[in-house]
Ligand binder design. Structure first.
Ligand code: HEM
Length: 422
């Protein structure tokens, strides 16, 4: 059984931070979340100060706008006024200021190439860079501009590569419950950092801490029920996992330790599997390696197991170009996680969603119908001719079976398909 802690989906990118070598997000002031930013961009407020006019920006002009309250940044030839975004930037104002008044393309790409700045900063667009004159620039001037673009030579957090303080755990019981408490000794732990699994009497809780995994892996001494709960006390980094006993007996021990139990180990060594389990078993890491296109086909609550895959893929697979979710529901009201998914698509340009409804109202102008060859062949376009794809499908049995048949008809191989049933 898989517990997908999903309270803070989409993942707050704890692993993204790891993947890029110690970058870190900063706490944002209240009212400065992504949702608040979306609201502001839709408010009709003039965010550029140019009343909707687009201008041609010279290098001299760009350089003048290098202060927090008047900050322009050029990305791929387009200039944005990022001052209104300053307090909303998850990487912090200082990070954003590194590109102030200059061409921030390289810096931006180094940190988060996948961020959908075009959609996020649409209302902040000032205009295009003017075509450079052919007159050679003064050497010092060139250097100054470049300095603004140079990445910091050291990762911002040099401790990121060192192992964190080792967590510890404890357990206690009542007549009907067993509580395992993990003290991570880290502040920024949240529900997405914890993956809990119970199969064949083995209980496994993996906590991702920076580049490391802390494992609780125990062959339990007694049986438990399948519905356990996980809670994280975020600011103290304490995780509580409450297991329900099947019989109200007193346990003299929790069980026997299994491989790597109570160890903090580098993430890549925790095993050959991504901890996304399903009735069909785990994913092999190899299915994700070098992956370029990930297609997710989900129906109804079948989306739930996709959450982990989606987060895993977007945060851990550098080769990933495209993640597309086709999400089948009956009516608009049935779409779970809708606003979170839309937020994710807004923020991450690799991710697209298509909602398909079987019984929409007349106002629905999205796709309609059931899983079909026409829908799938249009949806499953590779981003490159031979890109490596993985298609995950999850939903009620008839949906999944039909989907797999159609995928085979479309010549996708067994290795390219992973199915779950709900
Ligand atoms: C060009 C200079 C910029 C620098 C140096 C920079 C730096 C950073 C850093 C260090 C983070 C924290 C990353 C993490 O740990 O997840 C971050 C996050 C982020 N930045 Fe920037 N940033 C820049 C420009 C921008 C721009 C122009 C946008 C446009 C919208 C942007 C949007 C974001 C977003 C959405 C995140 C959160 C990513 C996530 O959810 O994981 N950044 N940035």
């Amino acid at each position: 059984m898989l517990n997908v802690p999903s309270q803070s989906f989409p993942a707050p990118s704890s692993q993204q931070r790891v993947a890029s070598g110690g970058r870190s997000k900063v706490p944002l002031k209240q009212g400065r979340s992504l949702m608040d930013w979306i609201r502001l961009t839709k408010s009709g407020k003039d965010l550029t100060g140019l009343k909707g006019r687009l201008i041609e920006v010279t290098e001299e002009e760009l350089k003048k706008h290098n202060k927090k309250d008047d900050c322009w940044i050029c990305i791929r030839g387009f200039v944005y006024n990022v001052s209104p975004y300053m307090e909303y930037h998850p990487g912090g104002e200082d990070e954003l200021m590194r590109a102030a008044g200059s061409d921030g393309t390289d810096l931006f790409d180094q940190v988060h190439r996948w961020v959908n700045y075009e959609s996020m900063l649409k209302e902040c667009l000032v205009g295009r860079m003017a075509v450079k004159s052919a007159v050679p620039k003064d050497y010092h001037e060139e250097k100054k501009v470049l300095n603004g673009m140079l990445p910091k030579s050291q990762p911002t957090n040099p401790l990121a590569k060192e192992s964190p303080v080792s967590p510890s755990y404890d357990w206690f019981q009542t007549d009907s419950l067993v509580t395992i408490v993990i003290y991570t000794k880290q502040k920024d732990i949240n529900l997405d950092s914890v993956i809990v699994d119970y199969q064949d009497d083995s209980f496994r809780a993996e906590t991702i801490i920076k580049d490391y995994s802390y494992l609780i892996y125990i062959g339990l001494s007694h049986e438990i029920q399948e519905d356990f709960s996980v809670q994280v006390v975020e600011n103290v980094g304490k995780i509580e996992i409450v297991l329900k006993k099947t019989e109200n007996t007193s346990w003299t021990c929790l069980g026997h330790p299994l491989e790597n139990h109570n160890l903090l180990i580098p993430k890549k060594d925790t095993g050959d599997f991504v901890s996304v389990s399903s009735p069909e078993g785990n994913f092999k890491i190899s299915q994700f390696q070098e992956l370029e296109d990930l297609f997710l086909l989900a129906a109804g609550t079948g989306f739930t197991p996709m959450v982990k895959i989606l987060n895993y893929a977007l945060t851990n697979i550098p080769t990933l170009r495209k993640v597309k979710l086709m999400f089948f529901n009956k009516t608009e009201d049935d779409i779970i996680w809708r606003s979170q998914l839309e937020k994710l698509a807004f923020k991450d340009k690799r991710f697209d969603i298509e909602f398909v409804l079987s019984a929409p109202t007349s106002e629905w102008n999205g796709k309609q119908g059931h899983i079909s060859p026409a829908l799938l062949s249009e949806f499953l376009k590779r981003s490159l001719d031979k890109s490596k794809v993985l298609i995950c499908i999850c939903g009620p049995m008839p949906f999944t079976e039909q989907g797999i048949r159609l995928l085979h008809d479309l010549n996708f191989s067994k290795d390219e398909i992973h199915s779950f049933t709900t």
